[in-house]
Design a protein around this ligand. Sequence first.
Ligand code: NAP
Length: 259
Amino acid sequence: MSLNLIAHPSVFCAALLSLVSFAVSADSHETSAAKASTVLITGANRGLGLEFARQYAADGWQVIGTARSPERADELNALDVEVLQLDVTNQASVDALAGALANRPLDMLINNAGIFPRVRKLEEVSIDDYLRTLDVNTAGPMRVTMALISNLRAGAGKKIINITSGLGSIAGNTRGTYYGYRESKAALNMFTRTLAAELGPEGFIALAIHPGWVATDMGGPNANLQPPESVSAMRRVIDRLRAEDNGTYKSYQGEPVDW
Ligand code: NAP
């Protein structure tokens, strides 16, 4: 090798160049490793999504918060976060988000956007509303995860967090009510398990987490938790996730929930 280098200056130069480029790439790797982690949160303009954005931004994360109408997302725009448009039911909107984020690594995706139509009895079900609930709460996270999977693969964090509900537990459903919502979250839970099985070998952790009953527009004023409490508890759980937590269903306190 050394003989070759002395004998052929061009080989020597090439070796020198590759050494330099190795040093530069090692250095840029260090720089990117030192950079803040990036999280994308859907439905970040109000409720739990807004609180996630607030807390992760305050903690030094790079936060991408999405909103259906960014121009009206005043509280989100007031934070130190990047705000992008996203309607999780609109494929063109999902594709535009993916286009805007092309080649950008994401460490974590929080599929938070959701709706909760309060349909208590069979006679109250409108099939259009039922399908709409599945579209937002189940197909929405699927669309977004599919669109951003290459960004997540490029990120170091490899976490996909699906905000589910205790109402999605089949085992826990002893009193009925909430047609559509329950099914949408049970299906989201199954999506989480399937993702976990497929992506676990790549180092991903997919989690279904129940935020508790929280006083947002969805939870209403009588809820027993405020968004800061629920979100800081969920962040603790998320922060401590290990490989063995891949494909689990947990409460905001980190306890397992029966499927
Ligand atoms: P929220 O206050 O009603 O906020 C819902 C968020 O989802 C809003 O940002 C809303 O945007 C967004 N959203 C709705 N449809 C959307 C769509 N098609 N595309 C994109 N974004 C959409 O509800 P929350 O209490 O924060 O709930 C957040 C998550 O926690 C939901 O998945 C919910 O099911 C779950 N959860 C909440 C509770 C609770 O007690 N609060 C309990 C269990 C589970 P707009 O402002 O544009 O409508």
